[in-house]
Design a protein around this ligand. Structure first.
Ligand code: ADE
Length: 267
């Protein structure tokens, strides 16, 4: 899979993406990164690509023509229909589902903005998807594009080794991941949960599943509304809600869980 990035800071994108797992995947030829420096398409001798906003206001706007020319330099090498993603806080919020969907593409183009944004007219010409990585404002699109490329890349077959495989992880099945432990068994007086030392795989799986439910309830309760639960899950959730489980939850969490169970039992 090939990522193409239109940016004012190609070295920033290349340095981060060339490191660690994504860097290894590039060496193996599974991933490709191609950056285009928008500044190379400046209309002025000084390399500037920004100008004042019409209508006034603070900050500068990236001009349409350098962005268009940067895109045109890339378009010739790409297949006819390719997604062009513009990173901005007004876009649809990126999530794991979108990462999986984008991983099916052969080529993806990302456009990084700076300053107060990019002239709307060129966005209308070239952008297919407006995407935000969350409800906060960053100084430019380079960090968001790195976040997105990392999340998409690890969904591309061959990028993760078997050991790193993303099969049982957060958001898989709509729940957060269970806690992990490694050696030593006793670290500064804190013990590894005994079930993990038991060698009883079914019990380990059940414990992990329950810890996933518990963590999701504590940190992201809204995710429980769309997750799918079996009989054993519901038994654990009832025990939690009624204070009969080993794990403790707050009274508010118990009320939330009881309501959810009532809805589930009706449907
Ligand atoms: N550019 C600036 N802030 C951003 C955000 N939250 N997501 C995507 N692009 C951005």
């Amino acid at each position: 899979m090939n990522f193409h990035v239109l940016t004012l800071f190609p070295e920033m994108v290349a340095a981060a993406f060339g490191t660690s797992i994504t860097g290894r995947a590039m060496e193996k030829g599974i991933l490709g990164l191609h950056t285009v420096n928008i500044r190379d398409f400046s209309l002025r001798g000084d390399g500037r690509i920004d100008d004042y906003p019409y209508g006034g206001g603070a900050g500068m706007v990236m001009q349409a023509e350098p962005v268009m020319r940067a895109w045109e330099s890339l378009r010739e090498e790409l297949p006819g229909r390719v997604r062009v993603i513009y990173l901005n806080p007004q876009g649809r919020v990126f999530d794991q589902r979108m990462a999986k969907e984008l991983a099916l593409e052969e080529d993806l183009v990302f456009l990084c903005g700076h300053y107060e944004g990019i002239d709307e007219r060129v966005l209308g010409e070239i952008v297919t998807d407006h995407v935000s990585i969350g409800d906060y404002v960053l100084t430019g699109g380079e960090l968001p594009v790195l976040v997105m490329m990392d999340a998409v890349a690890r969904m591309v077959p061959g990028v993760l080794s078997n050991q790193e495989s993303g099969q049982s992880e957060s958001f898989q099945g709509g729940l957060l991941e269970y806690p992990q432990y490694s050696r030593p068994e006793d670290w500064r007086g804190k013990k590894v949960p005994p079930v993990l030392l038991s060698g009883h795989h079914a019990n380990v799986d059940r414990w992990r599943r329950e810890q996933s439910i518990l963590r999701t309830l504590r940190n992201r309760p809204e995710l429980l509304e769309t997750a799918v639960f079996d009989k054993k899950d519901r038994k654990y959730m009832r025990a939690l809600a009624s204070g009969q489980a080993e794990d403790e939850i707050t009274p508010d969490q118990a009320v939330f869980l009881s309501k959810l169970l009532a809805i589930m039992e009706k449907s």
